[in-house]
Write a protein that binds this ligand. Structure first.
Ligand SMILES: *Cc1c(COP(=O)(O)O)cnc(C)c1O
Length: 356
């Protein structure tokens, strides 16, 4: 499943576990997304993966970065002082409300009051939490995010010449395909706002890595719905998920009460994605070990942590030998940066980058 150059790079790593990032592939993917969305502004949601090497590649294609904390703001503005930044996130502190921005996404009337109290100029998108059914999403962002109609009305009365209302921001769910996001956009753009940020949440399928979000269809529909307005999207996962690989190797193969396990170096403290999402992380085995093992049977892949939650994938029919290299795919977003690195104090992975 993986390209030959990924296989070669994985096999030539001096040590595993390691992360391997395919920067040329990221470059190509980001360029194709950029082309597909046309005049819609493209921001990258930094929380998906803030790795500076990835951000440098993305910076050549995106119009700006969406940051959700003072930490992300400092990181991004140090790397790209002139790139526009949209500052979002629930529970902003007074210090965060004072940060320079191209846009700030205000989450509540009281947050807007605290922003006004800074005395600084601001360009605001109010984050709305509309009463819309979002079917088939992996995660929905209802609950505390943004404001209902009452909160919006309260905000509209507060704007001044200095703290300006530019439009609305929405980010309703994650894991939506292009048809679902198009339907949402059609509803969300049925208003008078001159600027609308439609958020991220474009689907990434870990079960079918080859099936990709239809950027061409989404981009074309946004172009038709735009009608002279300023539109923006801020994908995270769908930009960077595919360029990352977590490479490790099998240290033990065992049968316990009828179930076969392959235990790999490292674990979900390096790649938490399958544990948080409860999915099977796609992988390719490079049969280099030649040690003890099993052939063509359902195998559960686990890491070195002393918890039953340290599972990468369950009952996948394959062969596995001690010493084999395992390349977990789709590890470029919400992977290393969301993981609990210090649990059990195993060594940290190295990071390698394939360059153009
Ligand atoms: C997380 C987040 C995104 C990115 O979501 P993806 O599912 O990674 O595309 C965009 N906007 C906001 C406000 C977010 O919280």
């Amino acid at each position: 499943m993986i390209a030959a150059r990924i296989r070669d790079a994985a096999l030539s790593l001096p040590e595993v576990p390691a992360y391997l990032y395919d920067l040329p592939a990221l470059d190509e993917h980001a360029a194709s997304v950029r082309r597909a969305v046309g005049a819609t502004e493209l921001y990258y949601a930094v929380k998906a993966n803030p790795d500076a090497e990835l951000l440098r590649v993305l910076a050549g294609h995106v119009d700006g970065f969406e940051v959700s904390s003072g930490g992300e703001h400092a990181h991004v503005t140090a790397l790209f002082p002139s790139k526009p930044v949209a500052l979002g996130g629930p529970g902003k502190t007074d210090a965060e409300l004072r940060l320079p921005h191209h846009r700030i996404h205000v989450e509540s009337p009281n947050e807007l009051r605290r922003l006004l109290a800074t005395g600084l100029p601001a360009d605001v998108l109010i984050r709305i939490n509309p009463d819309l059914p979002v079917e088939g999403a992996a995660l929905t962002m209802s609950g505390p995010f943004g404001m209902d109609e009452q909160g919006v009305a309260e905000c509209l009365a507060l704007f001044t010449d200095r703290v300006r209302l530019r439009g609305v921001h929405t980010h309703l769910a994650s894991g939506l395909d292009s048809a679902q996001l198009i339907r949402l956009a059609e509803t969300l753009l049925d208003n008078e706002y001159e600027e609308v940020n439609l958020g991220g949440g474009m689907a990434v399928s870990y079960a079918a890595p080859e099936s990709r979000f239809d950027w061409a269809a989404y981009g074309a529909r946004l172009e038709a719905l735009r009608k002279g307005r300023r539109l923006r999207i801020e994908p995270g996962r769908a930009l960077t998920a595919y360029c990352g690989y977590y490479v490790t190797k099998i240290v033990d193969v065992k049968r316990v009460r009828g179930e076969t396990y392959a235990i790999v170096l490292g674990g979900t403290h390096h790649l938490r994605t399958p544990a948080t999402k409860g999915h099977d992380q796609p992988f390719t085995i490079l049969a280099t070990g030649g040690g003890q093992g099993v052939t063509d049977e359902p195998i559960t892949f686990v890491g070195q942590l002393c918890t039953p939650k340290d599972v990468f994938s369950r009952k996948i029919r394959t062969s596995a030998r001690i010493g084999d290299t395992v390349v977990f795919e789709m590890a470029g977003a919400y992977a290393w940066n969301i993981s609990h690195h210090d649990f059990l104090m195993h060594p940290k992975p190295a990071f390698h980058y394939l360059r153009v």
